[in-house]
Design a protein around this ligand. Sequence first.
Ligand code: URP
Ligand code: ZN
Ligand code: ZN
Length: 475
Amino acid sequence: MSTLLIKGGTVVSTTGRVEADVLVDGEHVVALIAPGTEPFGPVTADTTIDATGKFVLPGGVDAHTHMEMPFGGTNASDTFETGTRAAAWGGTTTIIDFAVQYAGQSVMEQYALWHEKAGGNCAIDYGFHQILSDVQDESLVAMDELVHEGVTSFKLFMAYKGVLLSDDGQILRAFQKGAENGALMMMHAENGAVIDVLVQQALAENHTTPYYHGISRPWQAEEEATHRAIMIADIAGAPLYVVHVSAKQAVEQIAAARDRGSNVFGETCPQYLYLSLEEQLAAVSEQWGDLEGAKWVCSTPLRSRHEGHQHHLWQSLRTNDIQMVSTDHCPFCMKEQKEMGRGDFSKIPNGIGSVEHRMDLMYQGVVTGQITLERFVELTSTTPARMFGLYGRKGVIAPGADADIVIYDPAGHTSIGMGKTHHMNMDYSAWEGFEIDGHVDIVLSRGTVIVDERGYVGRAGHGQYVKRGLSQYLI
Ligand code: URP
Ligand code: ZN
Ligand code: ZN
């Protein structure tokens, strides 16, 4: 086994920062050493990395991705190979992707299919959540099997009728199983029936542009569904994690449940913190005309800045009303994919690609004073690891942990956009023109350097499947 010493950096955790050298042996961190001390004689290593002036961060854990997901009549454009490579570029060293069971399919067959897609192709480690749609008796049996396989979280949908939607009775049954076997239940909380009517009404009035995607998915539909999911989880006694929260009213529902002592958690995404209905969904460009906004069609939708959702979401990250930030990486190209929705916004495949940029975008929140450096580590690495049963191995730089480490330069700079920093398999960047006052210099995955000054130096197949335990975040 070869040894590696990361010297002179500032190691950051959720509780503070220390000047320490980090000794890696093979795939694991074995020691943090105060600089200038020689506790057991001089520390030598096969390789040394100089991290002077840099932050030494636990690798990012992105707990919400959809690599090559069949959705909206097409497939998400990143494969496990291209998507995990892009993640590595941006300092994310673990993803948790969603295996999908569509209505009528077998849960276990779909789970096996996701292993086939990911196996041997990933640049970084990966785990799975399982999406359940029509919850049958067989699905409940599969939930027990999957928990033993290390799939300890299940996502259900309150929207997308006939494709992914589960009715309230099905949701209750799945939640009851979660309460029994300890799995964390995840919810796409939007009132699908209400949205379907609003979409049809908008189209009937010839409101066909991407802006109306946002208008037909109002915050009330998110708040109502979030409340309903919380109530069903309460009846079942199951812990609940609400994905991609974008409305401030949904945050308030989660906060109220938490104040009552319930195991209810929320995730938001960079797009809901930075982007808006007015600026992105209503955008017009020379190339795409009023289809430009399709670049940012995702669900839940981008919300009105005028209504203050973005401001409230940043605040909720500070107060821990929202516990973590994932990407919901679900990329589509404009050509032949998003453009399927020209003249009908409801045909635009829903999703935004961000897996490469989450760490940088959230670090910029440190630069602008929205969150502290320690909170940044908590939101992007430590809490995702704890929430989804990976902590100890992931989410921390400590003896025994996997050496998933990012050396981040606070004096560096990152310009996001096509031809600049863009390695996702998309023909546009949802983050074009964003400037970051920091830079991912070096990325290690289980002790192997996979990104450095030469660029990406990892390989497809280095990434391994991680079997997860039960959530380590429950109260
Ligand atoms: O628009 C989105 N979020 N696409 C991905 C699927 C989902 O609902 O997470
Ligand atoms: Zn969703
Ligand atoms: Zn998603």
